[in-house]
Design a protein around this ligand. Sequence first.
Ligand code: DQA
Length: 147
Amino acid sequence: MKILVVHGPNLNMLGKREPGIYGVATLDEINAAISVLAQELGCDVTFVQANGEGALVEAIHGALGCCDGILINPAAYTHTSVALRDAIAAVGLPAVEVHLSNIHCREEFRHHSFIAPVAVGQIAGFGPDSYLLGLRALFTHIKKGIV
Ligand code: DQA
């Protein structure tokens, strides 16, 4: 099983970026923890981070035919991007949406997700563990063959 892990805009700044909200772990450290869990589960992971919407859309398109699912933190595009939502719908792969912070108890504009309706589910508020919980959930979902 192969999973594409997608990190949206500004997540390359993790570690420095608003540590009171997003914590002090860097993106490399988060990716390393995801890799350890992936190895434990027996799946392959590939990572992409981009700050532009187009590059993220291209990365999602690229998953078609080579990946079984998508673990995505769409970051700010969660709340704005019909293009990312349509890309996920277009490839038809199961996707799990994750957020470090609990977007539902932050500013009102973060409460709405354009991605949620095309995702299997959403995990938010557990810091870097959101990715690990999301990977476990996606792995289990794919194993059950519910796509
Ligand atoms: C985020 C939450 C978004 O609202 C924000 O724009 C981000 C990060 C999170 O992981 O908590 O960039 O997706």
